[in-house]
Ligand binder design. Structure first.
Ligand code: ZN
Ligand code: ZN
Length: 603
């Protein structure tokens, strides 16, 4: 699923990591005294740990989001001085990174070195070129940052409130600076900011105030905090009025386009995905892939037609034929009350299939627990994975499934048709076994603080998408045409995400053409298509990550297969591939090919 919750899970993972990183650093410093000579890898490990501590010091808001709470009390003003300091920070990281020689480092550190080098360039790009602080007012939404602090239960409530008290001191300056930073906002981001900021006021009015009432702080402190909460609310609501009354009216005639254009898009694609292909190339691959999928869907729909429409002639138009077949096949779905039960029953079946077919070794000590999504996490995707951190080995991994209780009869029916008997199996492969859950388990075995902060989304999503194909290729579903058809539809969504994103930002794709792509060519419901059109105007590149990672992994497998011939072992390929953690596919490829080169017998 294209769930946003994935990021939240990795946040949990990080929390435990930071405690440990501090310990490692301490231990390393001790070692310095005893042994004097450090290996290149030890030096690099120290460097990484110090870098992360510096990063949080420089970025207190980001730190709170990532589960590092030492700087909760700080709120930097986003002015010119700060921008310059940020640029300097990254340039200094570059200088110190340059003192390492890549060849002296082990494979894991080589990947971390590459990732860091890319991230330095990426951050400089965001600060000096992309500059969303001048056109995206929603970048000044502080609700989440304060929520992360008040919700951090490891710290005593009084301490959290005192940190918040200090952090609130600068809110008025913060929003004055925000106003002067905005040059020419886009309409969609301004509307989003107004909506989100109104929601964020609830964090102050409700979440923080409720906590204040139950806290044991003395009355004078409580009233000081309450005063600052009120001042904060005034600052935020003043910023909202500014956006509503001064910014928005002018946008009717003079707004910045939400389309970022080909030049910025190409750069953002490079920085965000760290792919082995350029944006324009992946767009061409996606166009071709759509055609291939349409051909396959047409063939399988022809096969199924008479079974589902025994008394009707096949429609002449191939897209209509496919759509009607999908509609009929989607009727096969579970009852709303057995949604979770049927998922729970499926996981052991998937595990057995993976084992029986030698696809990848699964960790028997870490069973996946299927549970109803906890209330506080509901509202986004219908299914997601919550994994324990790399150093939190005894914790459970959960597969959260949201029950359909809140849905009307009609809504439930539509949801169940979407996640019908066939699609539900593909969803389980993607989210659980051998998709996200299995990948996370492997990545926890090669813990890296760099990868846990800058983990590669294209690799993570690409792996989950790749496993859907891989399971079917290896006989999962026994070639049942209905499963094939639903798989193609699901895969087509990934392909069309790329076409939509690139189309909107680079090719000036109109709303009408976007709807045609999603509804007529990708067979999506109107509600889904409308949501995508909105999301693709608010974000850039992220929608490409699924197809890009998938395409790269598939291509890499074919490359390795061609190199090894008879010696190719799918299970070994999967395990080797995942052993490098959530790293960009192009760097995994480099190391994999190097290893193969070493292992190859002399001929
Ligand atoms: Zn996913
Ligand atoms: Zn039904």
């Amino acid at each position: 699923m294209e769930s946003i919750t994935f990021g939240q899970n990795s946040k949990n993972m990080k929390k435990s990591l930071f405690f440990l990183s501090a310990v490692i650093l301490f231990a390393c410093n001790q070692k310095t005294i005893e042994t004097k000579e450090l290996t290149a890898d030890e030096k690099f490990d120290n460097y990484k740990n110090q870098f992360v501590l510096d990063l949080w010091k420089e970025n207190p808001v980001w730190a709170s989001y990532e589960g590092f709470h030492d700087y909760d009390n700080q709120l930097p003003i986003p002015d010119q001085t700060r921008k310059e300091a940020e640029v300097n920070f990254w340039k200094n990281v570059q200088l110190s990174l340059d003192t390492f020689n890549l060849d002296d480092l082990n494979e894991n550190n080589q990947i971390d070195y590459h990732i860091l080098k890319d991230k330095i360039q990426s951050n400089l790009f965001y600060i000096t070129e992309f500059k969303s602080d001048t056109w995206n007012p929603s970048s000044y939404n502080l609700g989440g940052a304060f929520y992360q602090i008040i919700n951090y239960k490891e710290k005593a409530l009084n301490d959290r409130l005192l940190a918040i008290y200090e952090k609130m001191e600068n809110i008025s300056d913060y929003y004055q600076t925000a106003k002067s930073n905005l040059e020419k906002p886009t309409q969609v981001h301004t509307a989003l900011a107004i909506q989100q900021l109104k929601g964020s006021m609830g964090v102050f009015e409700k979440t923080i105030m409720d906590s204040l009432i139950v806290s044991t702080l003395n009355d004078s402190m409580k009233s000081l905090i309450e005063q600052r909460v009120n001042n904060s609310l005034v600052s935020i609501s003043d910023f909202v009025s500014f956006l509503t009354n001064e910014v928005q009216p002018n946008l009717e005639k003079d707004a910045k386009s939400f389309r970022i254009g080909s030049e910025l898009y190409a750069k953002k694609f490079k920085h965000d995905l760290q792919a082995g292909f350029e944006a324009a190339e992946i767009y061409r691959f996606a166009l071709k892939e759509k055609q291939i999928l349409h051909e396959k869907m047409y063939a399988v729909s022809q096969k199924l037609w008479s079974k589902y429409y025994p008394n009707e002639n096949e429609p002449k138009d191939s897209l209509t034929l496919i759509r009607k077949t999908i509609e009929a096949v989607s009727q096969n779905h579970v009852h709303r009350d057995s949604f979770i039960v049927s998922i729970r029953r499926q996981i052991p079946e998937l595990e057995r299939f993976v084992q029986d077919n030698n696809l990848i070794t699964l960790d028997p000590n870490k069973p996946l627990v299927v549970r109803e999504t906890p209330e506080y996490m509901r509202g986004f995707a219908g299914a997601s994975i919550s994994a324990p951190g790399p150093y939190d080995k005894n914790a459970n991994t959960y597969y959260n499934v949201t029950p359909l209780d809140a849905y009307t009869e009609e809504e439930a029916e539509s949801y169940l048709r979407e996640y019908n008997h066939y699609t539900l199996q593909i969803l389980n492969i993607h989210e659980a076994v051998p998709g996200h859950y299995t990948q996370l388990d492997y990545s926890n075995q090669s813990p890296s603080i760099i990868k846990s902060i800058f983990g590669n989304g294209a690799m993570v999503e690409g792996w989950a998408v790749y496993t859907e194909l891989m399971m079917l290729e290896n006989g999962y579903g026994k070639g049942e045409p209905e499963l094939d058809l639903m798989y193609y539809k699901w895969n087509l969504r990934t392909v069309c995400n790329t076409l939509l994103d690139y189309g909107i930002h680079v090719n000036n794709l109109s709303e009408e053409a976007a709807m045609d792509l999603l509804m007529n060519q990708a067979f999506q419901e109107k509600s889904e298509a409308t949501g995508k059109w909105r999301r693709a105007r608010l974000s850039q590149v992220q929608l490409c990550s699924y197809f890009t990672g998938y395409y790269e992994i598939r291509a890499l497998r074919e490359e390795v297969k061609a190199l090894l011939g008879d010696q190719f072992d799918l299970k070994k390929f999967h395990e080797d591939f995942l052993s490098y953690g959530s790293a960009p596919v192009k760097y995994i490829r480099e190391l994999l090919l190097k290893d193969i080169d070493k292992e190859k017998p002399l001929s």
